[in-house]
Design a protein around this ligand. Sequence first.
Ligand code: ATP
Ligand code: MG
Length: 388
Amino acid sequence: MNELIMIKYGELTTKKDNRKMFIKILTQNIERLIKEDYEIIKDNSRMYIKCNDALKISKKLQKIFGIHGISIVYKVNNNYEDVLNKSLSIMDKNKKTFKVITKRADKDFEISSMEYSRKLGGLILKNSNFKVDVHNPDIILNIEIRKEGTYIYTDELKGAGGYPVGVQGKGLLMLSGGIDSPVAGYLAMKRGVNIECLYFESPPHTSIEAKNKVKTLASIINEYSGKVKLHIVPFTKIQEEIYRKCPDNYMITIMRRMMYRISEKYAKKINAKILINGESIGQVASQTLDSMACINEVTNMPVIRPVATYDKLEIIDIAKKINTYETSILPYEDCCTIFVPPHPVIKPDLEKARAYEKAFDYEKLIDECINNIETITNFKEEKYEELL
Ligand code: ATP
Ligand code: MG
């Protein structure tokens, strides 16, 4: 293994224990997601990965949260000749101007960073056709001098940022086949939340294609953590009871109250601390502030809504970036879209909602749902793509 990648950590806090935890979980996440041969070398400010195919691995690293920047670096001995030769060999000859930026982790080194940059810059000028431009250079030649050697690199790929998935514990994402909830899951993961997903299906009113679509979405967001699980709730009986026994205009309100109840109960069972969903203020009747308050009333668990304040177009931009959009727009019905009443209430009355839902024994049905949840963990073995 003779190639080397340097990783700059993301939003690393300065508190020592948190830092240790951050680096430990980031390392585990890298180990889970990178299957090629490699060796990790780390210290408190940088991580290095020795490998054979640095370009391919760098691309994969771009999906791992907690990484700020990724560079393919070259390590040479701490002497001017080696540094100069390696620098000249990696500077793109199609470009004209450059600037040297030097950092010294080794503070005992003989001269200051500025002096070093100037001296190396002078040597490059003498030995090539490049010109110096300190304001707008074509090439930034980064030099990091450490005790064990000098690291040289010119380009930096942007990392995914955020915190490593897992530093914040677990959250349960209410994942539908729509555009919003996969984006909500991605944004929560970016803050270090380890996600498991809950999907409500109502066969035969919802189809196998709708379910497969959600599996695909779960597998796409799993690329950011490798730890995603998808739990599928058989929701048909509750939906049919609501349809039969509750007034049309309260059907959605009550259905969502049931979803929240089930989500909270199941979250506790799997040790998730929060619920996450793709609700966005005002998007539909069930997402007016009045509706949200009436629906949220059934749970004490924190409900995080990462896209609550985003415009639909902003959500779509993220969905395209993370590759969920094309799957989300496939036209399969969701349990929210069947039995949709023509005029759902937009200012539901809490007392009415409570009274209407007493029309059936929902506690019993909720327990039945939870006992019959099917869990999918290994997305790679699924053949659902073929069905789409
Ligand atoms: P769209 O992107 O089309 O708005 P959506 O999935 O956001 O689709 P909404 O009706 O807006 O659909 O639902 C709001 C939120 O409720 C979703 O983002 C999701 O978190 C949750 N939700 C809705 N339907 C389901 C379902 N069948 N299973 C799990 N969660 C669901
Ligand atoms: Mg929505």
